[in-house]
Design a protein around this ligand. Structure first.
Ligand code: NAD
Ligand code: UDP
Ligand code: UDP
Length: 314
């Protein structure tokens, strides 16, 4: 049992944040969930509201926040292209001003702080798979740049606050994650395929379906966050967190159709312009430093996610 801590989760009403709040409460910590509800929702945390150690704060991370806390998990940021391209200036502000505010808060309160960074800092990688030492291949002026460069700048700020002000920092580079409470309308492949299959609508495969992704179940990801936060102060990251089991998009479509017993057919659509062909994390660092690796197999995780969407659509 860990000692009881007061923990701030920014973006706590979102997909990953709500599962993280749940896990922290289960460990006996006080949790302040802060969110502006841009992509998150009260439904995601409704079941946590009655918990005596849970507090909900409607607040935008781009504005200063004064609270007394021991730890900060900084997750606030829209994560899917549809959402982060809706107001790209606000996306960059959320990553950059948000990081500055949360780092300032950590500095004043001497809190440990973890940043939810992303595999997108590698951009359209020229190296496969991607270890943490790879600097990436990112377009600074494209439609995805508000997200990619915002997250890269946040990493810079984390390391400068660490060097300049000796903050205890942790940077996680998160790869594709799925599970219950994903947004049904954010265009992600797992949620799209499951919703399409459950409605017996055509499954939209972009391109040939031979491109690959490596999908991590949300509980495994949250476990990685907690292990990273609890690790020695010398461990700052950046550390890749994701599931290295790679699947083609066609394989994923096949699994979803079979597991839902759907009558959906496959509908091939054009591949989006900057769609990476492959994505797979190298997680040697997480294995060595955090003794972490994903446990939930894709079939198991899909089962639970399908169950969630079945109830949602009922
Ligand atoms: P999400 O959209 O469900 O959660 C983000 C949360 O942040 C939402 O609740 C949203 O309302 C909140 N938010 C957005 N802007 C805010 C602001 N200005 N102030 C306060 N709150 C704000 O997405 P998610 O998948 O849970 O992602 C959480 C974090 O993990 C994000 O930082 C994302 O970049 C990162 N990440 C996620 C994935 C993934 O596969 N899900 C992959 C890489 C990185
Ligand atoms: N900040 C905050 N909460 C705090 C302390 C700081 O939100 O408890 C914000 C504040 O907006 C400040 C920013 O964090 O501008 C950076 O703080 P820092 O102390 O690094 O720099 P400052 O701008 O205060 O010199
Ligand atoms: N994709 C697809 N059909 C969909 C949604 C996505 O074939 O309905 C493909 C997409 O082109 C990409 C992969 O699935 O190759 C993963 O897409 P997602 O948006 O989930 O994640 P990301 O591209 O950020 O890894």
């Amino acid at each position: 049992m860990h000692t009881r801590k007061r923990t701030l989760v920014t973006g706590g009403a979102g997909f990953l944040g709500s599962h993280l709040c749940e896990r922290l409460l289960a460990e006996g910590h006080d949790v302040i969930c802060m969110d502006n509800f841009f992509t998150g929702s009260k439904e995601n945390i409704l079941h946590l509201l009655p918990h005596p150690n849970f507090e909900l704060l409607r607040h935008d991370v781009t504005f200063p926040l004064y609270v007394e806390i021991d730890e900060i998990f900084n997750l606030a940021c829209p994560a899917s292209p549809i959402h982060y391209q809706y107001d790209p200036v606000q996306t960059t502000k959320t990553s950059v001003h948000g990081a500055i505010n949360m780092l300032g808060l950590a500095k004043r309160t001497h809190a440990k702080i973890m940043q939810a960074s992303t595999s997108e800092v590698y951009g359209d990688p020229e190296m496969h798979p991607q270890p943490e030492g790879y600097w990436g291949h990112v377009n600074p002026i494209g439609h995805r740049s508000c997200y990619d460069e915002g997250k890269r700048c946040a990493e810079t700020l984390f390391f400068d606050y660490h060097r300049q002000h000796h903050l205890k920092i942790k940077v996680a580079r998160i790869f594709n994650t799925y599970g219950p409470r994903m947004h049904p309308g954010d265009g992600r492949v797992v949620s799209n395929f499951i919703v399409q299959a459950l409605k017996n609508e055509p499954i939209t495969i972009y391109g040939s379906g031979n491109q690959t992704r490596s999908f991590c179940y949300v509980h495994d990801m949250v476990d990685g966050f907690v292990r990273l936060m609890n690790s020695n102060d010398e461990i700052t990251g950046p550390v890749n967190l994701g599931n290295p089991c790679e699947f083609t998009i066609s394989q994923l479509a096949g699994m979803v159709v079979e597991m839902t017993g759907s009558h959906s057919e496959i509908d091939y659509k054009p591949l989006p312009f900057d769609d990476p062909k492959q994505r797979q994390p190298v997680i040697d660092l997480a294995r060595e430093q955090l003794a972490w690796e994903p446990r939930v197999k894709l079939a198991q995780g899909l089962e639970r996610t399908i169950e969630y969407f079945r109830e949602m659509l009922a």
